[in-house]
Design a binder for this molecule. Structure first.
Ligand code: ZN
Ligand code: ZN
Length: 168
């Protein structure tokens, strides 16, 4: 989506707001397509002392799968992005400045890029997800599995004592 900012280009204090939806359902992340729902983008461009500041947020609910336990869950995702817009680049090293083309900024492209870069490389259903038992594959979040733990031989003696005590 192109946003025409010519009307505020030389008017300090003026701003423009925009909103649109993106379809990123075809985007692959780690072999999956988690962005099944539309991504809602909202933002504004403000002329502050003849500098154009763009800010936007993009939010959706992802179809996520936990990397540790494999559970499917819905994950709220919101990213924020900001940059400056300029008619021409004075310092080529500055990558926080986006150059306008014919007074327009491609906010669709900016939002898409920011959203993709904002995707987590690791997805967990919760910070303390216990994952699956490497032996039997049981979901350890639901409780301990029936696999016998490898016990330190010194502790095995203690475990034996406790077991006997429980059986008394
Ligand atoms: Zn998990
Ligand atoms: Zn197990």
């Amino acid at each position: 989506m192109l946003l025409d900012v010519k009307s505020i280009l030389h008017t300090p204090g003026k701003s423009l707001s925009f909103q649109f939806e993106m379809d990123l359902s075809g985007m692959e992340f780690g072999g999956r397509y988690p962005v099944s729902r539309p991504v809602a983008v909202e933002g504004s461009v403000r002329n502050t002392a003849d500098v154009l500041e763009l800010e936007l947020t993009a939010r959706t609910t992802l179809d996520a799968v936990c990397d540790r336990c494999g559970k499917a869950f819905s994950q709220e995702k919101e990213i924020s992005y900001g940059c400056l817009l300029a008619e021409e680049l004075q310092n080529e090293e500055n990558d926080e400045i986006v150059v306008l083309e014919d007074g327009k900024a491609d906010v669709g492209d900016l939002a898409r890029t920011a959203f993709v870069l904002g995707m987590d490389t690791k997805t967990l259903c919760s910070e303390d997800c216990k994952g699956l038992c490497p032996r039997c594959g049981a979901d350890l979040n639901l409780g301990p599995c029936s696999c016998k733990k490898e016990v330190d031989p010194r502790l095995a003696v203690l475990a034996k004592l406790l077991e006997n005590k429980e059986n008394e």
